[in-house]
Structure formats: structure tokens, C-alpha cells
Design a binder for this molecule. Structure first.
Ligand code: ARG
Length: 257
């Protein structure tokens, strides 16, 4: 499975490039407004950002995306996809906007256009008590994470390719840690806090490996939509809506300072 996933990642990288070249016209702001619906892609297994409770989607990014759509005068329609399908799907116009905690990286910015960061956070180490807690501790240790994420390169840096264990979703990566198949996991700070809350004394949080700015993505060149998303984000950040949503999920305001 591991080799298979590594190959999959490479293929997806190639597809992402191809999709950019061949992408049909993305919907403009005027077309989205005329339709009344903003289609938002996300990977909803990432509590507290977007996740399902029964059949209901919830989370910080879910609430923020709805607030931004409302600000634009449209209704949000959420589409749940595997994380590493999202930017490809965006360039195939399967949705207008992606809100799924994407770190703004130069590589991704070649394929899509990013909004202003909608929050700032970092990747942290999670392990079982007695396990690795620092970047130095991770050397030579096996580490799990979700395929296609920014955590992949960070893990490779500290422990090398052969110790990386990739999973299609976060639940699998966490399960591998809980069951002792890997020594540690690297994931989003708030996702990890959530895992700690649920798993009490069975897990511990280690140091923050790196910081990142997270942004929403539109298809490359979709200037009208990007302008409206940025303007709406600024408005909800200025009028108290953002702070209220953020505090309800994190107990703090997570905007970049
Ligand atoms: N912040 C990380 C990245 O940029 C992970 C995002 C994972 N998001 C998710 N919805 N599963 O790659």
C-alpha cells in the first residue's frame, strides 16, 4: 500500500499539471451569483475544520465558508472529496472554491490561486506516552500522515522517506499511531488537540514542527471569484463574525497576525 500511495502521489502531481493546462473555463463571480450557489469542495474528516456529525457537516471552515457565501449573496453547496482530489477537482470545475486547510505553498500556487490566509497554524507531533516529542526524537522513527499534505515533506526532512507512512485519510494515520504500527504522527495542531481530547492518556502532543498559512483556493486565473472571496473574508473578519466562529471552535481567534 505504501509504494502504491507514493506512486499515486506522483501521478496526482502530474494530473494536477495536466488539469491546469486543459481546464475548462471556471465559473466567474457573475455566473456563480446568477446560479445562486457557490460550490465548495472540502475533505470533511478533519475535525474541527470540516467534518461530519451523522449526516451533518460541521466545523470552523464549514461555518466560515457559509459566512463568506452569505456575504457574497449566495448559498454554499458543500462537496466532500478525498483531500488529494481537491485541487485537481477545482481545476476540472467540479467546484468553485476549495476550503480544506491548504497550506499556501509555492508548488500549489502554481496550480491554483490562493485567497488571503483564512487562518494561521502549524503541524505538530503526536505520539504515545514515552514516544518521540521533538524533531530530533523523530530521527529514524516511523511517522504517519495523510497523503498529499504539507506534513509529508516535513516528515521526510526529519526522518527520511523510508520512515514515512501515508494514509488516504487522517483516521487511518491516527489509528496506525494508536495501535502501535508507527511511532508518531504529524498533523494540524487543532486536529491533534481534538485527537488528544478523544483519546485521553493514550496520546501526547509534542513540539510544533513548522508553521503555515492556510488559504482557500480558486481555479488558476479566476480573478472575479478570488476578489469576492477576499473581500468577504475581510468583511467577516472586521464585523465580528469571524471571531465568533473561531472562538466557538477553538476557544480563540485563529486569524493570522
Ligand atoms: N494543512 C495541511 C496541508 O496543507 C493539511 C490539510 C489537510 N486538510 C484536510 N481537510 N484533511 O496539506
Amino acid at each position: 500500500t505504501r509504494l502504491h500511495l507514493t506512486r499515486l502521489t506522483l501521478t496526482l502531481g502530474a494530473l494536477l499539471g495536466a488539469a491546469t493546462l486543459t481546464s475548462a473555463q471556471a465559473r466567474t463571480l457573475a455566473e456563480i451569483k446568477a446560479s445562486g450557489t457557490l460550490k465548495i469542495g472540502t475533505n470533511a474528516e478533519f475535525k474541527p475544520f470540516t467534518y461530519f456529525e451523522g449526516n451533518t457537516m460541521k466545523g470552523f471552515e464549514y461555518d466560515l465558508g457559509n459566512a463568506i457565501a452569505k456575504q457574497m449573496g449566495v448559498k454554499a453547496e458543500w462537496i466532500n472529496q478525498p483531500f488529494d482530489n481537491l485541487l485537481i477537482g477545482l481545476n476540472q470545475n467540479r467546484f468553485d472554491l476549495v476550503i480544506s486547510s491548504h497550506g499556501i505553498t509555492p508548488e500549489r500556487a502554481r496550480a491554483v490561486d490562493f485567497s488571503l490566509p483564512h487562518y494561521c497554524s502549524g503541524g505538530v507531533i503526536l505520539s504515545r506516552p514515552g514516544g518521540p516529542k521533538t524533531a530530533a526524537d523523530l530521527k529514524g522513527k516511523t511517522v504517519s500522515t495523510q497523503v498529499g499534505t504539507t506534513y509529508v515533506d516535513q516528515i521526510k526532512k526529519v526522518t527520511g522517506d523510508r520512515n514515512l507512512r501515508l494514509f488516504p485519510n487522517n483516521a487511518g494515520a491516527l489509528q496506525a499511531l494508536m495501535s502501535g504500527r508507527v511511532d508518531a504522527m504529524v498533523n494540524e495542531k487543532f486536529y491533534s488537540l481534538e485527537a488528544l481530547k478523544l483519546n485521553g492518556k493514550k496520546l501526547q502532543q509534542g513540539e510544533t514542527l513548522f508553521q503555515e498559512k492556510l488559504g482557500m483556493a480558486v481555479a488558476k486565473g479566476n480573478k472575479t471569484l478570488l476578489g469576492a472571496v477576499n473581500a468577504s473574508l475581510k468583511t467577516v473578519q472586521a464585523n465580528g463574525t469571524y471571531a465568533k466562529i473561531s472562538r466557538s471552535h477553538f476557544g480563540q481567534d485563529v486569524r493570522c497576525r
